[in-house]
Design a protein around this ligand. Structure first.
Ligand SMILES: Nc1ncnc2c1ncn2[C@@H]1O[C@H](COP(=O)(O)OP(=O)(O)OP(=O)(O)O)[C@@H](O)[C@H]1O
Length: 255
C-alpha cells in the first residue's frame, strides 16, 4: 500500500512560559492511499489541533508530518500554499461556500485556479455531482439549497481536484440525521469508487462508524485504535461505543 500520510511523534504546545498547554503529546500515525480514517476523542483532547497541523493551518512544536513524500513541517509559506491547493481537500462544519456563486461555480473555483480548461472542468464537475447526487442543485445558489445539499457541494469542491488527502472536521456537525446519513454515504462512495483517502475528525460514534479505522485520542495521546475489518457498520458502531465508554464516564457527557 502507498503511504499518503505519516505523522511522526508530533508535539504541539500552546501559550508561553508559565501558561503552557500541551495539546498534542507524541502522536504517531500512518494512512495508506484509499483509507478512510476517523479521529475521535473527548472535547479538548487535541482532535482539531491534530487536523490543523496536518492541514498546515498550524505548526507542530516538534516531530514531523509527511504527506505524499513531502515533509510539510519543513516547508516554507509559498510552497505550503501550493501544497495545500494541489494535495489537500477541506470540508468544514460550516460549509464555507461563497454565497454569490452557484453550486457549480463554487465547485469550479478550485479548478479554475489550477487553470484547467473549461471542457475538462465541466466533465469533472458532472462526474463528482453524480457521485454525490447533487446534479439537480448545481445551478442553485447556496441560500436556495438545504444544509445537506450545501455540505455535499462543499464535499464536491473538496474532492474535485482529486487531492491526495481529504480532511474533514465534524462535517456532519450542522446536519440533521437524514442529511448526515446522505453525506456519510457520499463519503463512503468517494472512498470506494473514487479511491479518495479521507481523514475525518468527529466526536460522533455514528459518523465514525463509516470509517474503516479509528484512532481515539485523549489528553493529546493516542489511546486506542479500532479496525473495522469484516464487521458490519452496526457491529463497528457497537465497538466504538465500548471504547468511548472505556475512555471515561457517560458516553453522552464525554463526547
Ligand atoms: N490557540 C490556542 N491557544 C491555547 N490553547 C489552545 C489553542 N487551541 C487549542 N488549545 C488547547 O489545546 C487543547 C486541545 O484543543 P483542540 O481544539 O485540539 O481539542 P478538540 O479535541 O478538537 O476539542 P473539541 O472537540 O471541543 O473541538 C485544549 O486544551 C485547548 O484548550
Amino acid at each position: 500500500m502507498d503511504n499518503i500520510l505519516s505523522v511522526q511523534n508530533i508535539e504541539k504546545y500552546y501559550g508561553k512560559k508559565g501558561n503552557v498547554t500541551k495539546a498534542l503529546d507524541g502522536i504517531s500515525l500512518n494512512i495508506d492511499k484509499g483509507e478512510f480514517l476517523g479521529i475521535m476523542g473527548p472535547s479538548g483532547s487535541g482532535k482539531t489541533t491534530l487536523l490543523n497541523c496536518i492541514s498546515t493551518i498550524d505548526k507542530v512544536t516538534t516531530g514531523e508530518i509527511i504527506v505524499n513524500d513531502k515533509n510539510i513541517t519543513k516547508m516554507r509559506t509559498k510552497k505550503l500554499d501550493k501544497f495545500r491547493r494541489d494535495e489537500l481537500g477541506f470540508i468544514f462544519q460550516d460549509f464555507n461556500l461563497l454565497d454569490t456563486l452557484t453550486g457549480y461555480e463554487n465547485i469550479a473555483l478550485a479548478l479554475t485556479i489550477q487553470e484547467i480548461n473549461p471542457k475538462k472542468i465541466d466533465n469533472l464537475i458532472k462526474k463528482v455531482a453524480e457521485t454525490l447526487e447533487i446534479s439537480p442543485v448545481l445551478n442553485k445558489y447556496p441560500y436556495e439549497m438545504s444544509g445537506g445539499q450545501q455540505q455535499r457541494i462543499a464535499c464536491a469542491r473538496a474532492i474535485v481536484t482529486e487531492p491526495s488527502l481529504v480532511l474533514a472536521d465534524e462535517p456532519t456537525g450542522a446536519l440533521d440525521s437524514k442529511s448526515s446519513r446522505l453525506l456519510l454515504e457520499s463519503f463512503e462512495r468517494l472512498n470506494k469508487e473514487l479511491e479518495a483517502t479521507i481523514l475525518l475528525v468527529t466526536h460522533d460514534a455514528f459518523t465514525a462508524s463509516y470509517a474503516n479505522r479509528i484512532f481515539f485520542i485523549k489528553d493529546g495521546k493516542i489511546f486506542n485504535e479500532l479496525v473495522k475489518g469484516n464487521d458490519s457498520r452496526k457491529e463497528f458502531f457497537n465497538r466504538i461505543i465500548e471504547v468511548m465508554t472505556l475512555l471515561g464516564g457517560d458516553v453522552k457527557d464525554v463526547f
